[in-house]
Write a protein that binds this ligand. Structure first.
Ligand code: CO
Length: 502
């Protein structure tokens, strides 16, 4: 049995009022060169950081039940010659436009938001509002806002104007799932040394069909395959290696009736089975090879950090290694609960584990890497699918704390001691992202670069983009925005500056 931290969060660690204000709806859209900068932005940092996350927490004062139900708002930071140009804009999905015009909630949310009027006005209404709020990626000269249950939205990269639903040259149908967690394959002999954008979409029910796509650098489709697996599958994220795609099928059951009858959101109908087994689905990138399934102890996984094969995973002694953030159960906000009143000690903590699958023996073992509650893992982009030494992850301020808001960043060194940086007591962090100083230098150290992280700074009720030196995790610069950005989800970095000049 795993030992879990048990220390309660103390009231001095953070103010709940501070934490709550970071969720306030941001209704302003802005575009400006940031002139309030502490320290110095490294002039060699060149490119654009895109971030996505729910920007609304309410419509016309009616609160969403869960922050994940908020509308996608994109932020972009373009770095040129030590300067930074910022802009933020909502994704104009039809649902967003309709609700803003009506000034009230018109759609039910996956995570429990209900229309006003109780269950009678929600029953039998199974329409989904594409909120485009989870990820954002630039690939093949397209900027896309991603939400896993439907098609992405295309955006114009400089002014973030919404171009409309993106069907990827007819690959996707209206409403077809396309995950918010693509993996960028840095390239291997399989891809001819070229990078690829790898993503999936799942259609689930009593059994599940997983569509997996790989796109070339120019956006054209390189490969596509569909695999059918038994059982309901809640698949938020996946990992890739040179030869495999790996998914974790969490031990959850789905009973849609409370959703259909207007009592619960779809995600609130997931029932976690603590006695069940988590299934590791190992899907060969070679579509002619069969899927392998491995069982491991019950846990719930949203995010993986990375995966890799040890030398000759196809051989007798080869292994497949997957590092994932595991929760002892599914953290949901039930009807009648208010997430603003979250008792952090009672929320299951995410902890980093290493799973080792022996493909020839058909078994998996797992061991803990770090029990410190954490989320949002990141690594050097060239190490995706390969044996990485460093991870940069959001975490709680004290390794022994049971659970708390993310206020620190940990650099885990799988060969040495971790380093941490903290935004506490009044800063709350989002996903840290590693950016390489010189992506084309194959001899550069794995941690030669920066960690970019957008923090909510309650002292100013505004957000700061913090730039840390990835080697020692010391703060290099801080970009002080004029406004706050509500706690976000995922982002990505591209070396493109889109013609923006300082
Ligand atoms: Co995610």
């Amino acid at each position: 049995m795993i030992s879990t931290p048990s220390k309660p969060a103390t009231s001095e660690a953070f103010s709940r009022e501070d934490w709550r204000r970071g969720y306030q709806t941001q209704s302003e859209e802005a575009s400006y060169w940031v002139d309030d900068i502490t320290g110095q932005i490294p002039p060699e940092l060149s490119g654009t950081l895109f971030r996505n996350g729910p920007g609304t927490m309410d419509v016309g004062g009616d609160r969403f039940h869960h922050p994940f139900d908020g509308d996608g708002m994109i932020c972009a930071f373009t770095f040129v010659d030590g300067k930074v140009f910022f802009r933020n804009r909502y994704v104009r999905t039809p649902g967003f436009i309709a609700e803003q015009e009506a000034g009230k909630i018109l759609y039910r949310g996956v995570f429990g938001t209900q229309k006003p009027g109780g269950f009678l006005s929600n029953a039998m209404d199974l329409k989904l509002k594409n909120i485009a709020n989870t990820g954002v990626h630039y690939w093949g000269e397209k900027l896309m806002a991603l939400w896993e249950a439907a098609e992405p939205y295309g955006l114009e990269p400089v002014n973030l104007e919404t171009l409309g639903p993106e069907y990827l040259d007819g690959l996707l149908k209206a409403g077809q799932a396309f995950s918010a967690h693509p993996r960028i394959d840095p390239g291997s002999t399989r891809t001819g040394g070229k990078r690829r954008f790898v993503n999936f979409g799942v259609k689930t029910g009593l059994s599940s069909a997983i569509n997996i796509y790989e796109f070339e650098e120019d956006g054209s489709l390189a490969t596509q395959q569909t695999r059918n697996v038994p059982g309901f599958a809640f698949l938020h994220d996946f990992v890739i290696t040179e030869n495999y795609y790996v998914f974790f099928q969490n031990p959850v059951k789905f009973n849609p009736l409370p959703f259909v009858f207007g009592q619960k959101g779809a995600a609130q109908c997931l029932e976690f089975d603590p006695k069940g087994k988590t299934q590791m689905l190992v899907i060969p990138r070679d579509a002619a090879q069969p899927v392998q399934r491995f069982e491991t102890e019950s846990c719930f996984v949203f995010h993986h950090a990375n995966a890799f094969e040890t030398a000759g995973a196809f051989e007798q002694d080869g292994k497949l290694i997957v590092d994932s953030i595991c929760y002892p159960s599914f953290p949901s906000v039930e009807p009648g609960e208010d997430f603003m009143e979250t008792v952090f000690e009672d929320v299951p903590p995410g902890q980093l584990f290493r799973f080792t699958a022996d493909l020839s023996q058909g078994n998996v073992t797992r061991e803990e890497i770090s029990l410190r509650p954490c989320e949002f893992p990141s690594l050097h982009p060239a190490k995706v699918g390969k044996d990485a030494r460093y991870y940069y992850i959001g975490c709680v301020i004290d390794p022994n704390i049971a659970n708390a808001p993310l206020q620190s960043i940990i650099k885990l060194d799988l060969q040495g001691e971790p380093k941490t940086w903290t935004a506490a007591p009044r800063g709350f962090i989002s996903e840290p992202l590693f950016v390489s100083r010189n992506p084309s230098d194959v001899n550069a150290a794995e941690d030669d670069g920066w960690v970019l992280c957008l923090i909510y700074n309650a002292a100013r009720h505004a957000s700061d983009l913090v730039i840390l030196n990835a080697q020692d995790l010391q703060e290099v610069a801080r970009v002080n925005l004029k406004q706050h950005i509500p706690y976000g989800l995922h982002g990505s970095f591209t070396v493109e500056t889109f013609g923006i000049t300082a």
